[in-house]
Write a protein that binds this ligand. Structure first.
Ligand code: 4AD
Ligand code: MG
Length: 460
């Protein structure tokens, strides 16, 4: 007899009702009274557990089973019986239970409720809890839904390298990658000693290589880890995050924002449909306003305003901020949240930022001061995507890079794209963990990524 997934039993209960099957998994809880007992069994195939009923008259090892701790692994052979009068629609009446590996009282995940901080310390076990099981299944489904969205639209998925020799975001803090102690006794660096013959970093974005591919396929996206070496200890920053970056030719900024809005509505609609148990759990136990918030995104047009207009609004409320703003200042999380939580009460695109506070590759506006950038801000989170129309003019781009002291030798190929069939193109980067926070209601980014990499934390 082969093992059956608990998910299959739920999906095809009519078929399994009355039949004897084998299931295998981990004990969530076990209680008995000397004559009979109940096990809540999870095999990870779905959010729901299977209730296994066991009796002394059927099990020779009843006494051992009754004492099973949470986390023990077992297999159960038994009959599926409908129980319409009970909380569970059906249960398994066990004929045989085999213990594979019993936990003892050292097992850290006992029945009581644990704090998120404690669970972060045992990140290798936390996927077994209800909350993290739901988070990581939604993470898996959300990635799939994103792939589906771009596949449906005919995008090509390209895999850009994680090792790079250029600082693509111009100014972001990068991790050096080296095979050796590359500084000599005087602290000098000899590129000859390096495996790549030059300084190499973990890439903060796949955009530049993505642009090269966009000029071949018309529309592409990359999806993978990006690295930022910044020392930010916030609830929204990790040093390694997952980054989805589409790049589309013959597209302007307005069309880019339409694409982003459509993408957000698609993924939220579909995650609610496809993970109903997990989403219900988040709505009940993590954030009681979650469904309202998500429906608010699906059913409303996102707001759009320029940076200059945003600053006008914010300036009038400078007394409310730790960092008062004026034209030219960076918009920080507190300002982003004010705009979408207090002013608009929905997602907001802010466009046309001053060129000084944005990356070198963004298309310059006629005014000479601003660039065709758009950041998408979400209530409760702040920035979830950053994007722009790209500068396509060789000379403008070269000059701007020169002003920023970016070395042409590091970007020669990127500049060449502007000579070899350059076309209007735009793209954005979605922080996958940020959108996961929004979709699950989980408020710390460390709790939506398996093993978070943050300052002073690289366990596992
Ligand atoms: O705004 P960013 O830095 O833009 C880029 O990297 C562009 N190359 C994207 C593009 O146009 N292709 O990053 C994009 C998004 C941010 O909006 C944010 O959601 C996320 O990536 N992000 C982070 N998420 C978690 N932790 C960090 N340290 C992040 N830094 C950026
Ligand atoms: Mg940004």
């Amino acid at each position: 007899m082969v093992k059956i997934d608990i998910k299959s039993v739920y999906d095809s209960i009519k078929y399994f009702s009355g039949t004897q099957i084998i299931v295998a998994g981990w004990v969530r809880s076990c209680r008995g009274n000397g004559k009979f007992g109940f096990i809540n069994l999870s095999d990870g195939t779905c959010f729901k557990t299977l209730q296994v009923v066991f009796t002394k008259d059927k099990l020779a090892n009843f006494d051992e089973i009754e004492k099973l701790n949470t986390g023990s692994s077992i297999t159960c052979k038994g009959r599926i019986v409908m129980t319409p009068e009970n909380q569970q629609p059906f249960e398994m009446q066990a004929d045989e239970i085999t213990i594979l590996n019993a936990t003892d009282s050292d097992y850290p995940l006992q029945k009581k409720k644990h704090s998120l901080e404690f669970l972060r310390e045992i990140a290798y076990l936390r996927p077994r809890t209800n909350l993290f099981n739901a988070v990581f299944r939604v993470r898996s489904k959300l990635a799939f839904i994103l792939h589906e969205f771009f596949e449906n639209k005919g995008f090509v998925h390209v895999h850009t390298p994680l090792l790079t020799s250029s600082d693509c975001e111009g100014g972001s803090e990068l991790f050096r990658v080296t095979t050796q102690n590359i500084y000599d006794e005087e602290g000098k660096f000899d590129p000859e000693d390096e495996l790549f013959g030059k300084k190499v970093y973990l890439s903060p974005t796949g955009q530049l290589e993505g642009e090269a591919c966009a000029f071949a396929f018309g529309k592409i996206y990359t999806f993978g880890p990006s690295f930022r070496a910044e020392n930010s200890n916030t609830t929204r920053h990790v040093n390694e995050f997952w980054h989805l970056e589409p790049e589309i030719c013959f597209m302007n900024l307005e069309e880019l924002m339409e694409l982003e809005e459509e993408m957000m509505k698609f993924i939220i609609t579909n995650i609610m449909k496809r993970c109903p148990d997990e989403m219900k759990f988040f709505n009940e136990f993590v954030d009681k306003g979650l469904f309202d918030r998500l429906n608010n995104v699906i059913n409303n047009d996102f707001a759009r305003l320029t940076y200059t207009d945003a600053i006008e609004i914010l300036k009038k409320n400078n007394d409310k901020f730790d960092y008062p703003v004026e034209w030219g200042s960076d918009i920080q999380t507190e300002h982003e949240r004010y705009l979408c939580e207090v002013v608009y009460k929905k997602p907001v695109f802010v466009t046309d930022y001053p060129k000084e506070i944005k990356a070198f590759y963004m298309k310059q506006n006629e005014d000479g001061k601003t660039v065709r950038a758009c950041d998408l801000l979400f209530p409760g989170i702040g920035e979830v995507t950053g994007g722009s129309e790209r500068e396509t003019d060789y000379e403008k781009l070269r000059k701007h890079m020169e002003n920023l002291k970016l070395k042409e030798e590091d970007y020669w190929w990127y500049l060449n794209l502007r000579r070899f069939g350059s076309v209007q193109h735009s793209g954005f980067g979605l922080g996958f963990e940020r959108i996961l926070m929004y979709v699950t209601g989980v408020s710390n980014i460390r709790d939506v990524i398996l093993f978070p990499r943050t300052p002073n934390n690289c366990e596992y």
